[in-house]
Design a binder for this molecule. Structure first.
Ligand SMILES: [Mn+2]
Length: 371
C-alpha cells in the first residue's frame, strides 16, 4: 500500500539557507506530498538506528555502480562529518575510476569476505537485493549483530534485522535522501553531490521509466544544496578510457538483432576481448544500454565472460515487451523490471544459446498471456 509522506524541513546551515529560497519546503502542502511505500516511522527508525550505533560498516554490492557508490559515499560523509561515527566501507570489487570524484572513495576497502562478529558495529547494506550480492560471511554473523538493509530492488530478500526497502523509488540514493531529511540531518553539499550521482546513474540521467515526479523533486533539492550537474555528468559519462571505448567497439561490432521489428539485440564479450583491448570489467557499465538505441530494439542482452566457465548476463528492456527481470529470474538472477542480470556457470558459447532459448520461451509466454 502506498502511503503519503510529507517532506520535512531539514536542519539548514547558514550557507544552505542562501540557496533555500526556491526549495520545496515553501511550496503548498499538496505539492509537497510525496509518494513512498515505506512509512515515515520506518524512515525515522532507520535514522535512529544509525544515530545510536557508535560505529558503522557500510557494504557495497559487487560491480559497484553509481547508486551503490552514491549511497555509500553520502552515508560515509554523514557518518564521519555530521554524526562523528567511526565508519568503514567495504565491498568485493574495486571502485571504477570514473567515480573517483566522489568523496571518501580513497577509504574504500575491497575484500571478498568479512567476519560479522562485532556487536558495536552496525552493518549497513546499501542497494543490495540479497546478501549474495556483496562480501561473503553474513550467514555466519553473530546473532546479536544488527544488519540494516536499505534498498529499492523489488526482489529484495529482506535479509536484514531492519529492512527499509521501497521498490517505488528510482534509486537507493533517492530513498536515502528521504531517510536523511525525515531525520533532520543536514544534506550538505558533498552529500548532495553523492546522492545526485546515484540518482543520475540509476535513472539513466532521468530518462528511464523509474524516473518520477518525486525523483525530480529530490534532484531539485540536491541541486539547491550544491550538487553540480555538469561536473557530475562529465565525471560519470565523459570520462571513459580509450581501452574501454575499444571494448565497446568490439561488442557493438558484434550486435545482432532478431524478432518482430528486430526487437531483440544481443552481443557478447570474451575474456580475450578484455586482454586484447586492455579494458577493465567496469568498462562494460552502460554498454548494454547502448544496444537499446538501435531502431526497433525493445530488449537488449549482453553476455560477458568474467571467469573460466562463468558468464555475466545483463538484460535491459523497454515498455511493451517481456521484462528484463522476468527473463533474469528464469536464469536464477534478478534485478529491476527494466534492468536485470544473471550469472551462468557454463562456457560462453553455450551461455549464448541458453540465453537465447530462455528469452524466446519467456517472450512466447508473455505473448500467450496477451499482455
Ligand atoms: Mn540502485
Amino acid at each position: 500500500m502506498m502511503t503519503k509522506i510529507k517532506m520535512k524541513k531539514t536542519t539548514m546551515t547558514k550557507a544552505d539557507s542562501k540557496t533555500k529560497t526556491d526549495s520545496m519546503t515553501e511550496g503548498n502542502t499538496a505539492e509537497r506530498a510525496l509518494s513512498l511505500s515505506v512509512s515515515p516511522e520506518l524512515l525515522l527508525e532507520v535514522a535512529r538506528t544509525l544515530e545510536s550505533a557508535p560505529s558503522w560498516v557500510i557494504f557495497s554490492h559487487l560491480k559497484l555502480d553509481g547508486d551503490a557508490l552514491g549511497t555509500a559515499t553520502a552515508l560515509f560523509e554523514a557518518g564521519t562529518v555530521l554524526l562523528n561515527k567511526r565508519v568503514r566501507w567495504v565491498g568485493p570489487d574495486p571502485v571504477p575510476p570514473s567515480y573517483f570524484f566522489l568523496p571518501h572513495t580513497d577509504k574504500y576497502v575491497a575484500q571478498k569476505e568479512y567476519s560479522f562478529d562485532s556487536e558495536d558495529d552496525l552493518y549497513i547494506f546499501l542497494d543490495s537485493a540479497n546478501e549474495d550480492r556483496g562480501v561473503k560471511g553474513l550467514q555466519k554473523r553473530s546473532p546479536s549483530t544488527v544488519v540494516l538493509n536499505i534498498d529499492h530492488h523489488g526482489d529484495n530478500s529482506r535479509f536484514g534485522t531492519l529492512n527499509c526497502v521501497d521498490s517505488g523509488v528510482s534509486s537507493t540514493s533517492e530513498l536515502l535522501w528521504h531517510i536523511m531529511t525525515a531525520a533532520g540531518w543536514t544534506v550538505t553539499s558533498p552529500i548532495a553531490e553523492c546522492l545526485y550521482t546515484g540518482i543520475v546513474a540509476d535513472t539513466g540521467g532521468f530518462t528511464f521509466s523509474n524516473t518520477t515526479r518525486t525523483t525530480h523533486h529530490v534532484a531539485a533539492d540536491l541541486l539547491g544544496r550544491g550538487a553540480d550537474p555538469t561536473k557530475i555528468s562529465s565525471s560519470m559519462h565523459q570520462n571513459r578510457s580509450l581501452e574501454g571505448m575499444h571494448l565497446w567497439g568490439v561488442a557493438l561490432g558484434r550486435v545482432c538483432c532478431w524478432g518482430d521489428h528486430s526487437q531483440f539485440s544481443m552481443s557478447w564479450l570474451a575474456r580475450e576481448d578484455f586482454k586484447l583491448t586492455r579494458a577493465l570489467p567496469s568498462d562494460t557499465e552502460m554498454l548494454v544500454n547502448q544496444m537499446l538505441l538501435i531502431r526497433g530494439v525493445r530488449f537488449a542482452v549482453l553476455l560477458t565472460e568474467d571467469d573460466e566457465e562463468k558468464v555475466k548476463v545483463s538484460f535491459r528492456s523497454k515498455e511493451g515487451i517481456v521484462t528484463a527481470a522476468s527473463v533474469a529470474h528464469m536464469l536464477g538472477g534478478g534485478g529491476h523490471p527494466r534492468a536485470a542480470g544473471a550469472h551462468l556457470s557454463m562456457p560462453l558459447d553455450k551461455a549464448i544459446l541458453a540465453v537465447r532459448e530462455i528469452l524466446e520461451k519467456a517472450y512466447a509466454e508473455w505473448v500467450a498471456a496477451d499482455r
